[in-house]
Design a protein around this ligand. Sequence first.
Ligand code: ADP
Length: 349
Amino acid sequence: MKNNNLNNKSLRSLRKYLTFVIFTMIIISILLAAVFTLALAYLHLLPKVGASPFGFLFGILGISVAIASFFAYYINEHILRPIRTLSDASKTVATGNFNVRIDVRTDIEELNATFDNFNNMVTELNSIETLRNDFVANVSHEFKTPLSAIEGYTMLLQDEALSEAERNDYISKITDNTRRLSSLTGDILLISKLDNQTFASEKLSFRLDEQIREAILTYEPAWTDKEIELDIDLPEINYTGEENLLLQVWLNLIGNAVKFTPKGGRITVIMTEFQDSVVITIADNGIGMDEDTAKHIFEKFYQGDTSHKSEGNGLGLALCKKIVTRAGGNISADSTLGKGSTVTVKLPK
Ligand code: ADP
């Protein structure tokens, strides 16, 4: 509100200022015309130009008023009116409506540039707002599913006639959903920390090969259960970086490879050291992805494969991308539906 008032005030004062300038110009023209006519009359030059002193004076006055009126019209149409449009559009944006655009074009380059900047700013604000709304909707949805499950199983548990097996089954479902909620909150917290420019974590020197082995071992029960064959080539490499964040990358990528590879499949983890970078590839011969899925996998909350929906939240690869980009590296995925996927991470040394 304060800004709007300021805007109006400056608009009014600009108009007053321009009116003052134009009228000062008219008065100065009248005075000059009068002095000029008196001078001509004094020097007896008026008869020579064939005009009476008053006719001459009024002629010059008419021309001055016409020029001043033209300026007044020009300034109003080409400067004041566009500025008023900008002020009205800004007021609309201030109310939270980001769909407003200024289509007006003037002959003044600076004003056109201001309108372009305004339109770009509103487009940017609109996309941030859309992203924020989508994010809130996705978070609410992801929370709702496990919460409803916990509520349902808790109600079922209240039945005193339940068998021991049923009771244990419901308790384990509640535990799974609680774990899901906990990992969801952890991921959301980490994403929001990474989005915050000021977030900093300590850079340490550590054995990258050992960190990746640790991530592989975390999933041992799952890959043993699925009888997945592992092919690992991890030479000893010391790396300096945000150790805890990078561990999240390997956990997510290896977790996905295990999750999306059926029984009896194969996962290959290879690390290669170059002069100024380290390249890690995690490949599986699992279900793979179609082209459309592969395009979206790094977006927050995107889940391509619906059969494993409850085993994740769609934040894993978005987190990986944020962490790898933050480390100055890049991450890409190459996949064929039904054949498998290869994720490549390149980190600068
Ligand atoms: P989540 O695994 O929790 O669903 P991610 O962000 O880790 O979320 O992955 C997003 C989507 O990318 C997955 O839902 C899946 O469709 C696809 N995806 C990721 N890794 C693989 C993989 N190794 N094989 C097949 N699809 C994958």
